[in-house]
Design a protein around this ligand. Structure first.
Ligand SMILES: NC(=O)c1ccc[n+]([C@@H]2O[C@H](COP(=O)([O-])OP(=O)(O)OC[C@H]3O[C@@H](n4cnc5c(N)ncnc54)[C@H](OP(=O)(O)O)[C@@H]3O)[C@@H](O)[C@H]2O)c1
Length: 253
């Protein structure tokens, strides 16, 4: 492995690390040498991912956390420091959405999307940044989406929340660069997870959607991971405030 990509001795938190893209990121960070805290609300999923990481010879800690609860968010940062002594990498991956038109979406639905996809990212990043500032180093990678750039039917609140996350990425990058903290984002295109199952599990819908994609297929979760590993590593030593899209060319259309 090129030494610049080596994450040995680093400690990472992955939110939504129990399944889908977050699980793949947690396994990828561990395979590159990091100790990984996996956070989410479903204990069994977190424990399964932690067991996979440990079986592969790395350290892992599952921490059940509802990221919309600020006390649990603070506790997640504290437990990570308690377990691994430092926090080098934070991947804000957890998110939620409702497939609803803007006319049909309920007010509490809008709030749940923004509380999870924007406010929770700010709360956890702020909690973690205090530790990273004391270390004078840290990497934050936010998972956004091509929907931050393109209006997608039935995904209005989600797209708006991810566009806000893109700007939050830039604002945190600007405020915290002087403290040695770099903040970037990775924006996947359509990826095969539970989140997108209504699309890829319906043959007609899947055929239509993939016909619109230049590469003619959706992504597998593991294909999103290398961009995250790059941004978490010394290879990205002069990058901050940017979004890398991993989208099979979706944003060219
Ligand atoms: N799949 C796609 O096509 C696609 C495309 C573009 C971008 N993305 C982005 O990729 C990221 C991962 O998506 P995915 O497809 O892997 O989705 P997923 O399978 O639905 O996973 C979402 C994760 O977020 C966690 N989560 C949600 N609300 C939470 C809360 N309040 N507190 C703690 N954890 C919470 C979930 O865990 P619990 O339910 O156990 O809490 C779950 O682990 C998201 O940011 C999504 O926006 C996905």
């Amino acid at each position: 492995m090129n030494a610049k990509f080596d994450l040995s001795g680093k400690s990472a938190i992955v939110t939504g690390g129990g399944r889908g893209i977050g699980r793949a990121i947690a396994l990828g960070l561990a395979a590159s040498g990091a100790s990984v805290v996996v956070a989410g609300r479903t204990a069994e999923q977190l424990e399964a991912v932690a067991a996979e990481i440990r079986a592969a010879g790395a350290k892992a800690l599952p921490v059940v956390t509802d990221l919309t609860d600020s006390q649990q968010v603070e506790a997640l940062a504290a437990k990570t420091v308690e377990a691994f002594g430092r926090i080098d990498i934070l991947v804000n991956n957890a998110a939620r959405s409702f497939l609803r038109s803007l006319l049909d979406l309920r007010e509490d639905g809008w709030d749940k999307v923004f509380d999870t996809n924007v406010k929770a990212v700010w709360l956890l990043s702020r909690a973690v940044a205090r530790t990273m500032m004391a270390q004078k180093s840290g990497r934050i990678v936010n998972i956004t989406t091509v929907g931050a750039e393109k209006a997608e039917l039935g995904m209005g609140a989600y797209g708006c929340s991810k566009a806000a996350l893109k700007m939050l990425t830039r604002c945190m990058a600007r405020e915290w660069a002087a403290f040695g903290i770099q903040v970037n984002a990775v924006g996947p295109g359509l990826t095969r997870t539970a989140f997108s199952q209504p699309i890829w599990s319906n043959a007609d819908v899947a055929k239509h959607v993939t016909s619109l994609l230049p590469m003619g297929r959706i992504a597998e979760p593991e294909e999103i991971v290398p961009a995250v590993l790059f941004l978490a590593s010394d290879a990205a030593s002069y990058m901050t405030g940017h979004t890398i899209y991993v989208d099979g060319g979706a944003l060219t259309t």
